[in-house]
Structures are given as structure tokens and as C-alpha cells.
Design a protein. Structure first.
Ligand SMILES: Nc1ncnc2c1ncn2[C@@H]1O[C@H](COP(=O)(O)OP(=O)(O)OP(=O)(O)O)[C@@H](O)[C@H]1O
Length: 401
């Protein structure tokens, strides 16, 4: 690994993917990194070893470059480990993996080998460290029991799929409080009550339980299309309100007569309950002796960057069906919106365009709820010549951090 210096608001890292068994070492991209001085960020120069791709040199933009030989534990030590004290002090941190399909985003964020500690993805390595710290806090104070509330969902088009709850479809809405809410279906119950299911959050008290839940629910993601996965880990306490958010019983103001709920009343009741739930959670957060309670760590495994096109650029894609083209356009909109949000947020602009896409709406509170936390993007790239243009696209996206 090669490391640079200074601390921008979003740290950007580059990770070269290890070669797979079917890839030969011929035809590898020639790449070098350099820092102007020890304080500066690194600049990367790339050119294909054969073929006619143009050489390119980035401005100083990257905090560190991970080589093909660096494993997940090395990436964790440099990117997430420094943020753990911030999370334990109540801050919130965001980590994104950006890159073309097959470049190693899921390998980095989730991991594929759960038996070897050094292979755990960033979200599991982080929760393992957090559990070690929480165990000490729990032992030191018998009146508190801290754990991690974890949620996992996939974002496709305008819908979030709750992977902890059988891949239930959830809708992304902006509430009157300006915050984004991910809500499942509204069901009518007996006695004129409505159940509004928010995105599930599983309370975990041990690392092993969280890991097994993640492995089990991760298998429920859609296959065959490059999708976007978000893992959210929040520090919680074993008092009811935080854990019982999974089902909220809301009395409907007006009893339904012909099996149809008065929509306005249901919406009002939903809103009131949400406010009440938020207030009771806030009361717990305020009264708790644990200053880390409520801190969040978010890991985002972005969709394949080959769909990302800036105006005037052309990226060659395989032959696609109309449905794939439509989904590709949606991915492109999300990635472009995220880039604009990062750009505005990193340069402290007064207006950040969070409402431009469902992805940025969902990430809004994570960007704004920083509270002394860190944000980082790991740009994953393949070292082979035939993925030169996709690799270049990814490096260029990451230089704006
Ligand atoms: N740094 C690495 N070391 C070893 N194997 C890797 C590394 N990066 C990726 N791989 C392997 O390459 C394959 C593709 O990686 P991965 O599934 O993480 O790609 P991806 O970017 O998430 O792709 P997609 O966008 O299609 O989901 C996997 O088999 C993964 O284990």
C-alpha cells in the first residue's frame, strides 16, 4: 500500500483488484502513483501495456493506493479502523465502494470468505471491533447493554428491498420533517388500526449473530444484475423503543367503512406515530450514559460504474435488453447524483442536491449527521488492459472526493 498525507472531507482510496485464476498476467495496465510531498494526496498515472488506450495522470486526489496483494484486513486498517474511536464517541461514518462490475466492491464491503478474519469485508471487520469495545462498556456498567442494530437493503430504481425481511418492497419518501423514511406496506388490522412497517433493524448482541444474519440475508439479493446494497450499523441499547420499531401500531382516526382506509387520516396517523417513535428514541439517546448510542456506520456497495456516463462520454456496453437499458439509466442517474452531492458536500456548499435521486435521498441523513465522523470512498479497479476504459472512468469519478 502507498499512502499520501492530508485529510479532505471525503477520503478517496484506490484498490487494484487481485487477478482471478482465468486472467493472465499479460496485458496488465501499467500504473504508478506519486505524491508531490509527504503531506499531499497521491496522483496516479495509468496507461495500457498494449492497445491504444490513452495514458492518463490524475491530479493529487487519493489518500492511499492498495495493491493487488493487499487483503481486506489491510484495507480495513487504513480506511475504517481510524474511524472506530469516532463512532464510539457518537460520530457517524460512511464508506462507499465504487467501481465497475467485477472490480471487487462486494469483496471489499461484505467479503466472500467469512471463515478467515483477514478476509472479512469492511462492514464485518468494523462490527467485530465495535463489539469488542461494546463488551468492555457493557462489563464496566451493569445497567446498560449496548449492541448493534443492523439493517441491510438493496436499492433498485425507486424501491428499497428489505433483505432482513424477505426482500419486502419498501418505499422511499421524504417526511414533513425533511428527513427520508424507508417504509414498507401499510396494512389494515382489526379494530381500525394500521400497521406501518419501517425498514427492519435487527438488534445484535454478539458479532457471530450479526455475521450469520448478514450471510443469511445477503443471499436474498437479486442476482444477475449489478445492484446497490447498503449496510447500516447503528449502536443501540437494550431498551424497548429502539428495538421495537419493527412494527408500529397506529390507531386510525376514522374507522374504515367499506374496507378502504381514509388515506389522509392514515397518512396523518403514520406521521404522528413516526414523530412519537422518534421522540421516544431521542429520549433514550439523551438519557443514556453511553455517548456512543445512536452512532451509525454505513457501508454502501454501489452499482457497477460502467453505467455511469457524463455528458458527452460514451461507454461501450454489452448488448442490452430495453429493461436493462432502463435500469442502466437509473444507475447512471444515481451515480451522477451521488457525485454531485459529494462535490457540494465536500466543498461546504450551502445547497446540497440530496433530492436528485433515491440514493442521495437515502444517504442524506448519513452525510448530514456526521457529528465528527469520517467518510471514505474506495475506488475498486481491475488491473487488466481489457478493462482500461472502465478503470479510467472509475479513477476519474473518485478524483472529486
Ligand atoms: N482484492 C481482491 N482479492 C481477491 N479476490 C478479489 C478481490 N477483488 C475481487 N475479487 C474477486 O473477484 C470477483 C468479483 O468481485 P466482486 O463480486 O466483489 O465484484 P463487484 O465489483 O462487487 O461486482 P458487481 O458490481 O458485479 O457486484 C469475486 O470472485 C471476488 O472474490
Amino acid at each position: 500500500m502507498l499512502a499520501g498525507g492530508s485529510q479532505p472531507k471525503l477520503s478517496v482510496y484506490v484498490r487494484w483488484r487481485r487477478l482471478t485464476e482465468s486472467e493472465s498476467t499479460d496485458g496488465l495496465i501499467d500504473h504508478r502513483s506519486r505524491a508531490v510531498n509527504t503531506e499531499s494526496l497521491l496522483s496516479v498515472s495509468v496507461k495500457p501495456s498494449e492497445g491504444n488506450g490513452r495514458p492518463w495522470t490524475s491530479p493529487p486526489a487519493y489518500k492511499a493506493i492498495f495493491s493487488r496483494d493487499d487483503d481486506n484486513a489491510t484495507v480495513y486498517d487504513d480506511t475504517v479502523a481510524p474511524a472506530i474511536p469516532q463512532v464510539l464517541a457518537g460520530g457517524s461514518c460512511n464508506f462507499f465502494a465504487y467501481g465497475h462490475s467485477g472490480s471487487g466492491k462486494t469483496h471489499t464491503i461484505i467479503g466472500y470468505d467469512f471463515e478467515r478474519d483477514r478476509s472479512l469485508g469492511l462492514c464485518l471487520a468494523s462490527s467485530r471491533k465495535l463489539f469488542e469495545a461494546l463488551d468492555s462498556l457493557n462489563q464496566a456498567d451493569s445497567e446498560i447493554r449496548l449492541g448493534i442494530g443492523f439493517s441491510l437493503f438493496e436499492l433498485r430504481k425507486n424501491t428499497a428491498f428489505d433483505l432482513l425481511n424477505g426482500r419486502t418492497e419498501c418505499h422511499i419518501r421524504q417526511g414533513p420533517d425533511g428527513r427520508t423514511h424507508i417504509r414498507g406496506q401499510t396494512e389494515l388490522l382489526e379494530g381500525g388500526k394500521v400497521r406501518v412497517r419501517p425498514l427492519s433493524q435487527r438488534a445484535c448482541w454478539t458479532f457471530e449473530f450479526l455475521r450469520d444474519e448478514l450471510i443469511r440475508s445477503f443471499g436474498r439479493r437479486a442476482v444477475g444484475w449489478s445492484s446497490l446494497k447498503i449496510v447500516n450499523e447503528q449502536l443501540v441499547e437494550a431498551r424497548d423503543a429502539l428495538i421495537d420499531r419493527e412494527s408500529e401500531l397506529v390507531p386510525v382516526g376514522k374507522r374504515a367503512t367499506d374496507d378502504r382506509i381514509d388515506e389522509a387520516e392514515a397518512k396523518k396517523a403514520e406521521c404522528e406515530t413516526r414523530v412519537a417513535a422518534a421522540e421516544s428514541i431521542n429520549a433514550i439517546l439523551r438519557s443514556s450514559r453511553a455517548k456512543c448510542l445512536g452512532a451509525k456506520t454505513v457501508f454502501v456497495d454501489l452499482a457497477g460504474s460502467e453505467y455511469h456516463q457524463e455528458k458527452g462520454t460514451q461507454v461501450a456496453l454489452m448488448r442490452q435488453t430495453p429493461q436493462e437499458r432502463q435500469e442502466g439509466r437509473r444507475i447512471n442517474t444515481d451515480l451522477l447524483a451521488l457525485k454531485e452531492v459529494i462535490r457540494a458536500w465536500s466543498s461546504n456548499q450551502p445547497r446540497i442536491p440530496f433530492r436528485s435521486s433515491p440514493l442521495t435521498m437515502v444517504l442524506r441523513e448519513h452525510f448530514l449527521g456526521g457529528g465528527g465522523g469520517t467518510s471514505a470512498m474506495i475506488v475498486t479497479v481491475s488491473p487488466t488492459n481489457h478493462q482500461y476504459s472502465a478503470m479510467l472512468n472509475s479513477l476519474k469519478y473518485g478524483r472529486y472526493g
